[in-house]
Design a protein. Sequence first.
Length: 139
Amino acid sequence: MKSFRRELWFDVPTRRALINITPEVEEALRESGVREGLCLVNAMHITASVFINDDEPGLHQDYEDWLEQLAPHEPIEHYRHNRTGEDNGDAHLKRQVMGREVVVAITEGRLDFGPWERIFYGEFDGRRRKRVLVKIIGE
């Protein structure tokens, strides 16, 4: 069995962003040489997320609006976590809702997606360098 590891680095200049990282994951898969197996993609920071959904701008705005209703950034005093000197209590909650990781089957050397599925990096407390782990195992 083969094992392949790649880190993807992001330096998002804004507080929040949704980034389609499918091409980077597909490139890692090509380099791995794995034809049948599994691909794990996970955010290595507690204020970022990895998830699968459609790459459609209206949906992305719906996510933005929905997440801001669930866990608004302001007032920052609303979050006990922010009493530590941080201002990202909302980002931790948004990450919890959107998830840490995804696992995608690999079939015949390709990510085995359903219609319209793509992998996204969700940034909820940007303006600093963060990473995503891609771990591929299989034959």
